[in-house]
Design a protein around this ligand. Structure first.
Ligand code: 3PG
Length: 396
């Protein structure tokens, strides 16, 4: 696909799809990472003299416009991320208000259009809606990797109407992900997958065993695997009805030569609360009435060995109940091991999806990984091996 290096943008109306779907509390952005990352592309386009027209969704509105999901609240944060450049706003993303604002936009200017999802045509990928968006652009730049798992008008449909290019964030995400999992040497690739349930990560686990040399499984989902191997899990969170599925994954892994690294010890407690009394037991011997809430130190050491044997690491999900100390210890130690190997130049480490960034931030490891994806659901679908419509549209 083309990048910003291959397109002429001076004087052109460039529709830039970004993802301003950021966490907010009481009207204040609580994590501006996506805004800051998108601003790099927007600033470059503005500096090159483009008329920069910013498209995004926010939330999941279903009944037309509502103030809770208005992108007007993102004007000031976006302007701040752009070093104080003015950002104009149009109260609609198509129609007379949008058209007038685009007409008024000067080269080098930035205009944010109202939430795309205020129109049902966005999620329906409706041709009439696509045409209404496209009439205000000469070029479509997709910089929303984190929305690339959606086949919506702005993330995929516009490619049928306008010349397309990837923005810098999209480019960075795809570069990092391709290096991490598509590096060629499967034996030297390790994945760490954690989280509560096998059921929600089934497709990821099934795909990864064919893509990596070693798969470290942490979090409560490890209990389901231990149970499937015939071990008692006490009162631990465990999807007993997934035991056969877990067994199938273990068999598939063995057949394709993927080493599965399950916990060898666990931190257990009778209570799920911060500071609860706890002890470390062998993973095969969880006492009745006790819950496994974290992987133990020997498990961390085993996982670390798998990291040391690899040259690239893909990480998704926590190793234990990291929100509730001391059950964060396994996640913190493992994240720090990955960070340390990365900093020593021994590992390319890429993480993303759902709870992952919060867990790594808690471990103080975010800055030390090679790359942290801005994507949640899109990262997970990528780990499942799915084609992302937003990426496919760029390649078409
Ligand atoms: C996200 O936050 O993962 C993206 O912005 C996609 O949002 P969606 O799940 O509402 O499509």
């Amino acid at each position: 696909f083309r990048t910003l290096d291959q397109v002429e943008v001076a004087g052109k109306r460039v529709l830039v799809r970004v993802d301003l779907n950021v966490p907010m509390k009481d009207g204040v952005v609580t994590d501006a990472t996506r805004i800051d990352r998108a601003a790099i592309t927007l600033a470059e386009l503005a500096d090159k003299g483009a008329k920069v027209i910013v498209l995004s969704h926010f939330g999941r509105p279903k009944n037309g416009p509502d103030s809770e999901n208005s992108l007007s609240r993102l004007v000031a944060p976006l302007s701040k991320a752009l070093g104080g450049r003015p950002v104009a706003f149009a109260e609609d993303c198509i129609g007379p208000k949008a058209d007038a604002a685009v007409t008024a936009l000067a080269p080098g200017g930035v205009l944010l259009l109202e939430n795309l999802r205020f129109h049902a045509g966005e999620e329906k990928n409706d041709p009439a809606f696509i045409a209404a968006l496209a009439q205000n652009g000469d070029l479509w730049v997709n910089d929303a990797f984190s929305a690339a798992h959606r086949a919506h008008a702005s993330t995929a449909g516009l490619a049928n109407k306008l010349p397309a290019a990837a923005g810098r964030l999209m480019q960075a995400e795809l570069d990092a992900l391709t290096k991490a999992l598509g590096g060629g040497d499967r034996a030297k690739t390790v994945a760490m997958v954690g989280g509560a349930k096998v059921s929600t990560k089934l497709d990821i686990l099934t795909n990864l065993v064919t893509r990596v040399g070693a798969l470290v499984i942490g979090g409560a989902m490890a209990n389901t695997f231990l149970y499937a191997q015939g071990h008692s899990v006490g009162a631990s969170l465990c999807e007993k009805d997934m035991a056969d599925t877990a067994k199938t994954i273990l068999e598939k892994a063995a057949a394709v030569g993927c080493k599965i690294v399950l916990p060898v010890d666990l931190t257990v407690s009778g209570e799920f609360k911060a500071g609860a009394e706890n002890s470390v037991v062998a993973a095969t011997e969880v006492p009745d009435g006790k819950m496994a809430l974290d992987i133990g130190p020997a498990s961390v050491a085993e996982a670390r060995k798998a990291f040391e044997a690899a040259s690239t690491l893909v990480w998704n999900g926590p190793a234990g109940a990291f929100e509730i100390p001391p059950f964060d210890a396994g996640t913190v130690a493992l994240a720090q091991a990955a960070a340390e190997l990365t900093q020593a130049g021994k590992l390319i480490s890429v993480a993303g999806g759902g709870d992952t960034v919060a867990a790594l931030a808690h471990a103080g490891a975010v800055e030390k990984f090679t790359y942290i994806s801005t994507a949640g659901g899109a990262f997970l679908e990528w780990l499942e091996g799915k084609t992302l419509p937003g990426v496919a549209a760029l390649a078409a």
